[in-house]
Design a binder for this molecule. Structure first.
Ligand code: UDP
Ligand code: MG
Length: 327
């Protein structure tokens, strides 16, 4: 029987963890004749009591491992930590805020049984506010990065151990998770889901984090941004040659005075704007090269609460009837 390990990054999700575990337990019950389950929580420096809650949960159940990180490192590093600590035949990644339905795991597992090594939850529709922003991002990204899988997904996916072993070898620091999954998979199967609004609390990643992730996606899977620098330079040169020729023409063939200050200033502002934009793009590359060469670890582990999956299997009853833990 294959063993499925569910990998859950946690940052201040106290209210969501009990609901999430309950819903995952339902899925596990449904699949109990076909697969065994365990949960791997990556606690990314929570400060809202999630740490204590996970410790209690770990002490009452046999199917839970918790990796407490030293402090908050971010969603990407928490996922990378999940990849490193994974033990099982199949990994399921999902966020803890219930935006991705745990019930999709059943369908993903059926696809795996038919031979798929990578099954992702494709966001075929969304209930989120930033829908237009997300759709534009995926549209542009897939236009400039043809090597990426043309599937709109974030974290929620089921990966075979062979795919996990390949992702484990990828040591880059600026990580766009769906890109790494695509890079490491022979083929991607998709299960359509409706992406919901976050339950309890507001996005921990936030708009700033999403913009950073979007830039990472563009820079690490496409060389279009750096080519843009040359294209901007070319456009600015063409405009300069054209306006220069017009000015020379006026000077040589007419007696008209050449209009001065306003045109000079706007040409200057245009030129400097393009230069700064290009410097910014190159700066993004340099910042990321610096991140890579520093070789500082992506995350640091404070404590690991181990548990043996074999113990969990022999105490199946206690898995399904966990003690109630008060928040
Ligand atoms: N998360 C994390 N570290 C962080 C921010 C978020 O481990 O610094 C976790 C969070 O608890 C959730 C998942 O990553 O399980 C996705 O976070 P969130 O829902 O805030 O991101 P969004 O859906 O807004 O992209
Ligand atoms: Mg979320």
């Amino acid at each position: 029987m294959p063993h499925i390990e569910i990998i859950l990054p946690i940052y201040n999700e106290l209210k969501n963890i009990p609901i999430l575990v309950e819903r995952l337990d339902q899925v596990r019950k449904k699949l109990s004749s076909e697969a065994t389950f365990s949960y791997l929580f990556i606690n990314d420096g929570s400060q809202d009591g999630s740490t204590e809650y996970l410790n209690q949960l770990h002490s009452t159940r046999f199917d839970i491992r918790v990796v407490h990180l030293l402090h908050n490192f971010g969603h990407g590093p928490a996922l990378a930590c999940g990849v490193q600590h994974f033990r099982g035949d199949l990994a399921v990644f999902m966020d803890a805020d219930l935006q991705d339905p745990p019930e999709a795991i059943t369908e993903m597992f059926q696809a795996w049984k038919k031979g798929a090594k990578t099954v992702v939850a494709e966001r075929s529709s969304r209930a989120e506010k930033n829908k237009i922003l997300f759709n534009t991002f995926y549209y542009l990204l897939h236009k400039v990065a043809p090597t990426l899988p043309p599937v709109n997904f974030g974290t929620h996916c089921l990966l075979d151990a062979s795919v996990m072993a390949r992702i484990k070898m990828l040591k880059e620091k600026n990580r766009y998770f769906p890109g790494l999954v695509g890079f490491s998979s022979p083929k991607i199967e998709a299960v359509p889901i409706h992406r919901l609004e976050r339950q309890n609390g507001k996005s921990q990643v936030g708009l700033k984090g999403l913009i950073h992730l979007a830039i990472t996606a563009f820079l690490s899977f496409s060389s279009t941004p750096v080519r843009l620098v040359s294209i901007f330079g070319l456009i600015a040169s063409v405009i300069a040659i054209f306006s220069g020729s017009v000015i020379m023409g006026i000077k040589i063939f007419t007696n008209l005075a050449i209009p001065g200050w306003a045109s000079t200033m706007s040409a200057l502002a245009f030129g400097s704007g393009i230069q700064l934009l290009c410097l910014g793009i190159i700066g993004e590359y340099i910042a990321r090269i610096y991140d890579e060469v520093k070789e500082r670890p992506l995350y640091l582990v404070d404590r690991v609460l181990e548990n043996s999956a074999s113990a969990a299997l022999s105490k199946e009853d206690s898995i399904f009837t966990p003690k109630v833990i008060s928040l």
